[in-house]
Design a protein around this ligand. Structure first.
Ligand code: SF4
Ligand code: SF4
Length: 436
């Protein structure tokens, strides 16, 4: 929030807790001694908030605490900027300050990012023209900021995310192996990789805790599931707690496939480095752990490391791994696209002449199987119209591969600006070159 609105935070003191157990009581009390109202921001249960209230009572301070216990913030879901902004607007009201923040939603309806308007509700009474404007309405300057209609869609991977490629490949591999997604269990883990649980990929069945996916997958096997069972986790969760589960699976000789979605970062919580990044939290270079070597060191003989953007190879590898007896590991290695990575240089577009949406391509796989926020669906009269938001598309090529009619193609002669293909892209290329 402070990064987004530095000027609005000029006179708002913030205490960011780096350690929460044991709670730095002295630091908290020193901070509270200078304020009348404090907002506690913590996701899920109000653990810190309750302790802070106890500290205030013990110290006899007169500070009003706002957060979850007064119903201002939800106990489920993630905190979004929008949610925090709304909470701050209420605090302005409470403090009698002139409003600085815009209330973006009613707190009583707030349930975090998981809250999505229902499709039926959002389109009720909306005519075709309005429907066709739904995508663009997010950018419509005629709408005041707090009235923008959000297009209902599930929590999705960012445009071009390598994890989307991996789960798409997994779904294809399951299909090509003669199964449906409902027949092959893939346990999921915590972090960006669990977004694969959501529509339209619907790839992961479970989400428990960091590194739990491989333990749960073993449990399914012990429970007698004979069909292939897979576990998915990111590099961060693998280092955190996945190695122990992998060792156990190898020792026990369990038939399962582990997919490690390696973007060499803890992307979901803000791109923190992990042992595979090659640098410390301070930014200094460090030794870079090699996941494939670690996996082999755990005793796994079947290890494949692939670039998920090479879709056919990825599909083949996953099919092969599922049939392999014992533990097999497929490492899908590619950087997070939020680092400014452009996969290909040419953005893509839908050739409206070739696109068969509404006239033979009824399930519109480019939209309904890929789930990329850059693939936009609107209505032209009664006919669905697919288009690509070239501003956000990073040209990963997945929608191109998903289209059975070859209707999505690179825009000839158009290249994304140099700025996008800057340092991050060069670094990524360099890393692959060094590995080769
Ligand atoms: S190529 Fe398609 S799937 Fe990939 S980022 Fe662009 S619109 Fe999304
Ligand atoms: S998959 Fe191809 S033909 Fe079908 S809607 Fe998408 S672009 Fe059009």
């Amino acid at each position: 929030m402070r990064q987004h609105y530095p000027e609005r935070f000029a006179d708002i003191p913030i205490l960011k807790l780096g350690v929460v157990n044991p709670l730095p009581q002295r630091e908290i009390l020193d901070f509270l001694a200078h304020v009348d109202i404090a907002l506690v921001l913590e996701e899920l249960d109000p653990i810190i908030e309750t302790q802070v209230m106890a500290l205030i009572a013990e110290a006899g301070l007169k500070v009003e605490i706002s957060g979850k216990r007064d119903g201002l913030l939800p106990r489920v879901g993630d905190y979004s900027l929008e949610l925090i902004e709304t909470a701050l607007a209420h605090l302005d009201e409470l403090a009698g300050r002139s409003p600085v923040w815009v209330k973006l939603r009613r707190p009583e309806s707030s349930t975090g990012m998981q809250e999505m308007p229902s499709l039926a509700g959002s389109t009720e009474g909306v005519d075709n023209q309005d429907m066709s404007d739904l995508n663009s309405s997010r950018k419509n300057k005629d709408h005041p900021h707090n009235e923008i209609a959000a297009l209902p869609r599930s929590l999705e991977f960012c445009p071009g995310c390598p994890h989307r490629m991996t789960y798409y490949a997994l779904n294809r591999a399951i299909e090509l192996s003669g199964f449906t997604k409902d027949e092959v269990i893939t346990t999921g883990d915590v972090g960006c990789t669990i977004i694969g649980m959501n529509a339209p990929l619907d790839a992961c069945w479970t989400e428990v805790s960091m590194g739990a996916s491989i333990g749960i997958a073993q449990g399914f096997k012990y429970a007698g599931i004979e069909r292939p069972v897979l576990a998915a986790m990111g590099d961060g969760t693998f280092y955190h707690n996945g190695i122990a589960g992998l060792l156990n699976a190898v020792q026990s000789g369990v038939n399962l496939t582990l997919i490690i979605l390696d973007n060499s970062k803890i992307a979901m919580t803000g791109m923190q480095p992990d042992p595979g990044t090659g640098r410390r939290t301070t930014g200094e270079p460090s030794v870079r752990a090699d996941i494939a070597m670690l996996v082999r060191g755990c005793g796994v003989e079947y290890v494949k490391r692939l670039n998920p953007y090479d879709l056919p190879k990825m599909i083949n590898a996953l099919q092969d791994a599922m049939q392999h007896p014992g533990v097999s590991v497929v490492i899908a290695e590619a950087p997070c696209t939020m680092q400014g990575v452009l996969i290909n240089e040419e953005p893509v577009q839908v050739d409206q002449e070739v696109c068969m949406a509404g006239r033979g391509c009824e399930d519109t796989p480019c939209y309904h199987k890929v789930g990329c926020p850059s693939v936009l669906l609107s209505l032209e009269g009664v006919r669905p119209r697919l288009s690509i938001d070239t501003a956000t598309c990073v040209a990963c090529g997945l929608c191109v591969a998903a289209c059975p009619f070859d209707a999505i193609k690179p825009i000839a002669g158009v290249k994304k600006e140099e700025s996008v293909t800057g340092t991050a892209f060069a670094e990524v290329q360099l890393r692959y070159l060094l590995q080769d």
